[in-house]
Design a protein around this ligand. Structure first.
Ligand SMILES: C[S@@+](CC[C@H](N)C(=O)[O-])C[C@H]1O[C@@H](n2cnc3c(N)ncnc32)[C@H](O)[C@@H]1O
Length: 209
């Protein structure tokens, strides 16, 4: 928190103005518990957080571990599919634009406060590529990285290339939406090039680095 923001960003935030709404996609999957039981991470990076549903599932699993941290990287501006149907209640409408600019970050922040997870969850509101570069320059590496940002093949592939450099050796990259063709192609391309096996838990893919 100090490294990125220079202060505690939850101080003075009025979460009561926002109802709890951690809705997402595959956010409370039992796959998280299975992955955490096997790899026992303490410092997790999430790339693609939205309202915090999956981050809160992981925060629950880390609760009580000393130094447990989830660094949530997201622009909070939505992925391309969030801007393709202005009537989609789960995507465009949930961006909650004010004068054309998304406010969903505050819904996320309030969800973290309602769940009392401020000690564990640190938001980093930056594009995934820039955030990866920041982490590399700081020499920071995670025990596990969950990738669920853009679902376009080249974007996912780039996230895999970038975040494979900020995960500790022997740790894992995992992510959502194996059935999404862009995701599947990117994961297969990356894993094939790196000669790493892909395993699956439900709709999640897992690569041990
Ligand atoms: C599918 S949602 C994440 C859902 C969340 N993991 C959950 O389970 O509730 C994708 C999120 O990724 C973010 N996103 C998409 N591309 C991004 C990028 N290149 N860098 C940072 N955030 C990105 C969007 O703003 C959006 O909030």
């Amino acid at each position: 928190m100090q490294n990125i923001h220079g202060k505690n960003i939850y101080t003075d935030f009025d979460a009561a103005k926002y109802p709890s709404d951690p809705s997402g996609w595959g956010s409370d999957s039992p796959a998280f518990a299975k992955v955490f039981a096997e790899f026992n991470p303490r410092f997790v990076i999430e790339v693609g957080t939205w309202k915090g549903g999956s981050a809160l599932t992981m925060a629950n699993l880390l609760d009580g571990k000393p130094g447990a941290t989830i660094l949530c990287i997201d622009t909070w501006l939505g992925a391309i599919e969030f801007w393709e149907d202005q009537n989609d209640p789960a995507r465009f409408k949930s961006l909650n634009c004010l004068h054309g600019f998304p406010q969903v970050y505050y819904t996320f922040l309030a969800n973290v406060c309602h769940a009392n997870a401020q000690e564990i969850i640190v938001p980093f509101p930056l594009h995934s590529a820039s955030a990866a570069l920041w982490l590399m320059r700081q020499g920071i590496q995670a025990d596990a990285i969950y990738i669920d940002a853009s679902h376009e093949e080249d974007d996912v592939y780039q996230d895999l290339l970038d975040y494979s450099q900020v995960v500790k050796k022997g740790s894992i990259l995992f992510g959502d939406d194996w059935l999404w063709l862009g995701v599947q192609n990117a994961v297969k391309r990356f894993a094939g090039e790196q000669k790493l096996p892909i395993t699956h838990i439900d709709d999640k893919w897992v690569i041990r680095s």
